[in-house]
Ligand binder design. Structure first.
Ligand SMILES: [Mg+2]
Length: 163
């Protein structure tokens, strides 16, 4: 699973780990779902302090890579947001264009790809299905539970393949 010679990396999800998306979930719980409004709100996500503390601690020891199911077109807003909150710097991996599979497929693929050249020490993610899939694939996982469980977000990640 890992290359002991490679630099060690902690992989950190964004939504529900460092970014509090609760203020914009209503856009995808109302019908019809308004994905544009949902994603447009990303710049205003409050910081989740537990997530911030976790990333800072990990960054003292490991390189940080951010792995989010957000679409590529949110790259600039997401990178700006990470910088604005002074979070540890690291590459940002996002969902490829037109990939609407459940987040767990994209994320486990991304972890495997990273593990070809780096030692992946942990994935921090709030989605139980992503956590389970990563664990089954042999990765160590730190489940982020501090934002609480939100079915609209799970549906967006699992069924709609959006975030
Ligand atoms: Mg998440």
């Amino acid at each position: 699973m890992s290359d002991p010679a490679g630099p060690m990396v902690a992989v950190v999800d964004v939504d529900g780990v460092v970014a509090d998306v609760r203020h914009r979930l209503r856009h995808v719980t109302e019908r019809p779902k308004d994905w544009r409004a949902f994603f447009d709100g990303a710049a205003d996500d409050p910081l989740l302090l537990e997530g911030e503390e976790t990333v800072r601690k990990l960054a003292e020891v490991y390189d940080v890579v951010y792995l989010s199911g957000r679409p590529e077109r949110l790259r600039h807003v997401t990178e700006r947001w990470l910088r604005r909150h002074d979070l540890p710097a690291g590459p940002l991996l996002l969902r490829p264009r037109d990939d609407h599979r459940p987040a767990r497929f994209f994320k486990v693929e991304a972890l495997r790809h990273l593990a070809e050249t780096r030692t992946v020490v942990v994935l921090v993610d709030d989605d139980p299905r992503v956590v389970e899939a990563a664990r089954s694939a042999g990765f160590d996982v730190l489940p982020a539970t501090w934002m609480g469980e939100h079915s609209a977000l799970r549906e967006a990640q699992e069924r709609d393949g959006r975030t």
